[in-house]
Design a protein around this ligand. Structure first.
Ligand code: AMP
Length: 283
């Protein structure tokens, strides 16, 4: 696997692959890679010829009160994992390479409506940072296919809408959520949890499973189910952010006829903000 740190080097390298008519599959990440990321890389090897990943802790998607310096950086271990799982090229730029004039003078991409609800409401500007950096990465890598995790369900929808709205010729694939044995969704942020918090953390996934059962039994309203779930999480020691039952397609409040639902949760536990989701289809 070859690591490129500059746009120029990566473009020149990928040009030779494209001249050989190779298709390119791209998996963007912020590093500190775990098996969730690797499931995306393994999927990428099945979707095309050349697998390109990126590691960039994007300052544009961190808020003023969110500590970007604290985000774990483990490049050497990440390179080993990527190589072992079939990645061909890693793009690992620094902030100056991505934002030569600083993030404040950067042209911004904002995907309408969907960027300002749920995680976007709790983290103002977050999705503008995500859609801007992903647009830049798409323009640098020019992939045929890009793979995102459905762990970040709203992010996946933002990217799908962006690609559609901007008529980008890229196929977006959403990959299943990889979980620890106790159900906790794998995340680089799980590293912030103390051993005691790590024992409590699976209650987030449990809250989704409970809500799913309650939705299927149709005895309570969605508001009642959500409120009950948040109270239960608070009783376990988490701090609420949101717990919502939405349309899988639009992330808006579902209409009475909506069959494809997604339950989305975000909650704080110690220094970590945990997110998770579960899709259900009513019959
Ligand atoms: P991140 O490094 O957190 O920005 O994540 C990079 C990509 O990996 C995103 O598309 C995430 O949705 C995806 N990802 C992170 N955790 C998981 C997981 N547990 N299962 C599946 N995909 C994941």
């Amino acid at each position: 696997m070859r690591t490129c740190h500059t746009v120029h080097e990566l473009r020149a390298t990928l040009k030779t692959e494209r001249l050989k008519n190779k298709s390119i599959v791209f998996v963007p990440t912020m590093g500190n890679l775990h098996d969730g990321h690797m499931s995306l890389i393994r999927r990428a090897t099945k979707e095309g010829d050349i697998v390109v990943s990126s590691i960039f802790v994007n300052p544009m998607q961190f808020g003023e009160n969110e500590d970007i310096e604290r985000y774990p950086r483990t490049l050497a271990e990440d390179q080993t994992l990527l190589l072992e799982n079939g990645c061909h090229y890693l793009f690992a730029p620094d902030a100056l390479e991505m934002y030569p004039d600083g993030k404040r003078s950067q042209t911004q991409i904002e995907v309408s409506d969907i960027s300002n609800i749920l995680c976007g409401a709790s983290r103002p500007g977050h999705f503008v940072g995500v859609s801007t950096v992903v647009t830049k990465l798409f323009n640098i890598v020019q992939p045929d296919v890009a793979i995102f995790g459905s762990k970040d369900f709203q992010q996946l929808k933002v990217i799908e809408n962006m690609v559609r709205d901007l008529s980008a010729n890229i196929k977006i694939i959403g990959e299943e959520i990889a979980r620890a044995e106790d159900g906790l969704a794998l995340s680089s942020r799980n590293g912030y949890l103390t051993p005691e918090e790590r024992v409590i953390a699976p209650s987030v996934y449990q809250s989704l499973l409970n809500a799913k059962e309650q939705i299927l039994s149709r005895e309570k309203t969605f508001e009642e189910i959500s409120e009950e779930a948040q109270k239960k999480l608070e009783a376990s020691g988490l701090t609420r952010d949101y717990f919502e039952i939405r349309s899988q397609h639009t992330l808006k409040k579902p209409t009475k006829k909506e069959k494809d639902l997604v339950i989305l949760v975000a909650a704080y536990l110690g220094k970590a903000r945990l997110i998770d989701n579960l899709c259900i289809t009513l019959n």
